[in-house]
Design a protein around this ligand. Structure first.
Ligand SMILES: [Fe+2]
Length: 305
């Protein structure tokens, strides 16, 4: 699917810049979402009941993510998480450079197979981003799942911000910035070369886009200054600076949580970051281990009541 054709949504989508009424109603509902996030208790993440599934989708319908806590531990976490994803209506797993065969990736401090150090596999902090922002337009990550098998001895908390709230903050400040961020060349990830071999071509695309399939808002973003190229015009530069500033200043809708063992987050690829952390020494435990799965489709919306 190309993002270059008709990047601006039409009609009564709240994301159309000329649809003031649709935007106002949607905006009101979004901002009314409580800043406190309830934890959805689930008995077994590998075997979600109907009511557990509904509670998770309900949360995701409101804020594009949900926090859950499983009561049962798992020997085969990857299989349990695959079952969780399927039950939530998520099917295609993103096979990234470092994914294990199941498509569920163990994120822990480890040497990677390539000569490039990927920050996720270190104890360093990770800045604000959406997953797969470096992917081609046709392979956008629209949902992801994180599950904590073991927290670090210290640190490693996550922060999340519904990307629809980020959209509201930008549009309220200057709608022209939305237009700039929806341009098909707003944000480019330059080609990636490792060991003389090109493993990723240039990927230009919009920051905000609206799915022609279901009208949902998608965001490609990284707060990194290196290895991302913003379109060189005033509106794009100002919009990018505004987003950086938003993260620095904070927002009522930023949700902070340190995942405990058995807890996880499922999301429509909202903005997120991670604190740095310190693993425990030796066999005393406290080596952070988070499992992650990524999907090309979004969570199904709960039925309107
Ligand atoms: Fe991420």
């Amino acid at each position: 699917m190309s993002h270059s054709a008709d990047p601006l949504p039409q009609s009564a989508s709240p994301f159309a810049l000329d649809a003031a009424d649709a935007y106002a109603g949607w905006r009101r509902r979004k901002l009314a979402t409580a800043a406190r996030l309830p934890v959805v208790e689930v008995d077994d993440v590998g075997r979600l009941s109907d009511s557990e599934r509904e509670a998770l989708l309900q949360q995701c319908g409101e804020r594009n993510f949900a926090l859950f806590r499983g009561r049962t531990g798992h020997v085969d976490v990857a299989s349990a998480l695959q079952a969780f994803g399927r039950r939530m209506g998520l099917l295609d797993l993103d096979q990234n450079l470092c994914a294990e065969d199941s498509g569920v990736t163990a994120i822990t401090v480890k040497p990677t197979a390539t000569d490039h150090t990927y920050i996720p596999y270190t104890s360093r902090p990770l800045g604000w981003h959406t997953d797969g922002y470096y992917n081609a337009g046709s392979h956008q990550v629209r949902a992801w799942l994180l599950y904590c098998a073991q927290p670090a001895a210290e640190g490693g908390a996550n922060e999340l911000l519904d990307h629809e709230i980020a959209y509201i903050r930008v549009r309220d400040q200057n709608p022209e910035w939305i237009r700039a961020l929806m341009a098909p060349d707003a944000f480019t990830i330059p080609l990636n070369i490792e060991g003389g071999e090109q493993i990723r071509p240039d990927h230009g695309g919009p920051v905000f886009s609206v799915s022609p399939l279901d009208g949902s808002l998608h965001m490609r973003y990284s707060a990194r200054q290196r290895n991302v190229v913003w379109k060189d015009d005033a509106a794009t530069r100002d919009a990018a600076a505004f987003l950086l500033d938003l993260f620095k200043t904070g927002d009522d809708h930023i949700f902070r949580h340190r995942l405990q063992a058995g807890e996880g987050i499922v999301s429509n690829n909202v903005l997120h970051r991670r604190d740095g952390f310190r693993d425990g020494a030796g066999d005393a435990g406290g080596k952070r281990l988070i499992y992650r799965a990524r999907y090309y489709q979004r969570l199904p919306l709960p039925k309107e009541t």
